[in-house]
Design a protein around this ligand. Structure first.
Ligand code: PHE
Length: 345
């Protein structure tokens, strides 16, 4: 083989090794064997001494050209492989900036606040406004205006906590959110479509399913021609919107002094979806709250003519709803403020 052919061979071989290097590390690893004294082209240089003087210049030129071609190919492949490696690295090391790493202990709304807001969202979506009232109430708003005069035996349905504020037993911690409906009706003429969420209090010893302070949401509608059917339809609509289409509502006859007729409002057990389980005592239903058509006396008490307007009201507990939705077994866990519990929600 002529020296020229050997140079051509060595150059082709070197170029193919450069082009086939799989990554930057492999390319860098073969660098000494391409350009060093021990490389094939380097070896050929050493033959120069034995080459005929007349050919020496031409062979030297060919050798240099070959070496330069390999160097250029090497440099360009190195740039490409380095860019590729950088791109891969960026891809695998990409940081998730949606979680702020310098504020890991950021707080969030309590489960009850989250549940309340979700409930408000559903009712606002149905056209209701949101109203609030004081937690310390007078006897009038909590009982008397709601058709519960002082002698009414049904007052014992609520284990009331009274505040020692002057005149006898006049100021109390509200036992339900119903006084807010009285306040709304006093301030606003029909049509009224509102929900009143809030904290309520009863003289109860805390256990897994009772708390002396808990939360309710009350709904009130007063308009012309409102019937019990509107109540049933609204509760059904709410149940489907909040829990999903598979959960239904039902009404059972009951008694409340401020509504007539009155009903107990149940929903399909969210755990077993009606099949019957431990949570719903194998009935397939869970009791959520009370409801009914607003008693004419209540409307009269706030100066709304019961001959022109009628309405319905409903009220249910928020804490038990949150408990059911998240499979919590003890209501008290929600208020002992253990962050390990709270951060789960
Ligand atoms: N206020 C009632 C309670 O706390 C619930 C209720 C609200 C019933 C509205 C009927 C209408 O038990």
């Amino acid at each position: 083989m002529s020296v020229h052919d050997q140079i051509e061979d060595a150059r082709a071989q070197a170029l193919s090794r450069v082009e086939n290097a799989p990554d930057l590390d492999a390319l860098v690893a073969i660098e000494p064997s391409l350009f060093g004294k021990k490389s094939t082209l380097g070896g050929l240089k050493r033959l120069m001494g034995q080459v005929d003087a007349s050919e020496r210049a031409a062979i030297g030129k060919a050798l240099n050209a070959a070496q330069q071609a390999v160097r250029e190919a090497f440099d360009s492949v190195r740039v490409t492989l380095a860019a590729e490696m950088r791109r891969e690295q960026l891809e695998t090391e990409r940081m998730d900036l949606t979680e702020v790493p310098c504020a890991p202990n950021l707080g969030h709304l309590h489960l009850i606040s989250q549940t309340t807001q979700r409930l408000e969202d559903v009712f606002v979506g149905m056209g209701f406004t949101v109203s609030e009232g004081p937690e310390a109430e007078t006897d009038w708003y909590n009982f008397t205006a709601l058709n519960l005069p002082s002698w009414h035996p049904a007052r014992s349905m609520w284990d009331t906590l009274y505040l020692d504020l002057g005149s006898g037993e006049d100021v109390l911690l509200r036992t339900h959110t119903s006084p807010v409906q009285v306040r709304v009706m006093e301030q606003q003429r029909p049509p009224i479509y509102t929900v009143c969420p809030g904290r309520v209090f009863r003289r109860d010893t805390a256990d897994a399913s009772h708390l002396p302070a808990f939360h309710q949401i009350e709904g009130l509608v007063v308009d012309e021609g409102i019937t019990f059917g509107d109540l049933a339809g609204t509760l059904d609509e709410f149940t489907a919107a909040y829990f999903g289409e598979s959960i239904k509502s039902r009404l059972r006859p009951s008694f409340f002094p401020f509504t007539e007729p009155s009903a107990e409002f149940d929903i399909t057990c969210t755990i077993c979806e009606g099949a019957g389980c431990q949570t719903c005592a194998r009935t397939g239903w869970i009791e959520l709250g009370g409801c009914g058509v607003v008693h004419p006396n209540v409307l009269s008490n706030v100066g709304i003519d019961p001959e022109c307007y009628s309405g319905f009201a409903f009220g249910f507990g928020i804490d038990r709803l949150a408990l059911m939705r998240h499979g919590i077994s003890d209501l008290r866990d929600m208020f002992t403020n253990d962050v390990r519990f709270l951060t789960q929600f």
